[in-house]
Each structure stands twice: as C-alpha cells, then as structure tokens.
Write a protein that binds this ligand. Structure first.
Ligand code: FES
Length: 123
C-alpha cells in the first residue's frame, strides 16, 4: 500500500478523534491542535475504542478507561503508561489527510485468562 486518504482535515476538530476506514483498515485520526496523528483504533492497554475513550488536551491523548496517556507531539508515554502508541505516518495535502500504510498496525495483548487457566490446571 502507499499514501491512503483518511478524511478531510476539516472533519476532525481540534482536540478530537475521528474513526475512519482506510481501505478496510480502521484508523483513528487525532487532531491535537497543531498537528494530526493517525493511530490504531484501540488503546494498547485493554483494547478500548479510542474514538470513545480517548480525550485530547494540551497535545496529550488520554484513554479515560485507566488513564494511560501519550504526548502526541513527541509520542512519549506519560504517567503509568506501559506501552507506546503506534502511529502511521500522516500528512496533509490540499486539506486532505493521508496516511502511509504498509500494513495494519496492531498491538499484542497478553492472554491473562489463559495464564490463569494454566496456573490452576497445574496445581
Ligand atoms: S484501556 Fe485504555 S488505559 Fe486501560
């Protein structure tokens, strides 16, 4: 794949998130006021949909579920956050937002239930 249209920049208000479909890949566009980020649609903590649980203030994206947070300019992890935010390269051309997509970005989630099952079955 290559540069793929996400949405018009005007469709994403400052300090807001918008879920878009880019060639069947779900991406959340984040407008942090002085720029945009294109990120996977779920929180890397426990898969919360970020277009619902995410809030942006002062260039920081916070998942309101358990308060993991990332600086959207530097992508630094803040507070108790334990996983980095993955991002697609994004650019604005003629008012349109494009992301460079080579593959769908996903997170690894630990199967905590399976670990519990293993623990009890061995005891
Ligand atoms: S699910 Fe997002 S911080 Fe826990």
């Amino acid at each position: 794949m290559s540069w793929t249209y996400l949405c018009d920049a005007a469709e994403v208000a400052p300090n807001s998130l918008k879920l878009v479909d880019a060639n069947d890949i779900r991406i959340v566009v984040a407008n942090y006021g002085s720029g945009f980020r294109a990120i996977p649609p779920i929180c890397p903590h426990m898969e919360e949909p970020l277009e619902e649980s995410g809030v942006i203030a002062n260039c920081v994206l916070t998942c309101t579920k358990h308060l993991w947070a990332w600086n959207l300019i530097s992508l630094d992890m803040l507070g108790e956050t334990e996983k980095p935010l993955k991002t697609y390269e994004v650019k604005e051309e003629d008012g349109k937002l494009l992301a460079y997509i080579t593959e769908e970005l996903t997170y690894d989630f630990e199967e905590e239930d399976d670990m519990d099952d293993d623990f009890f079955s061995k005891s």
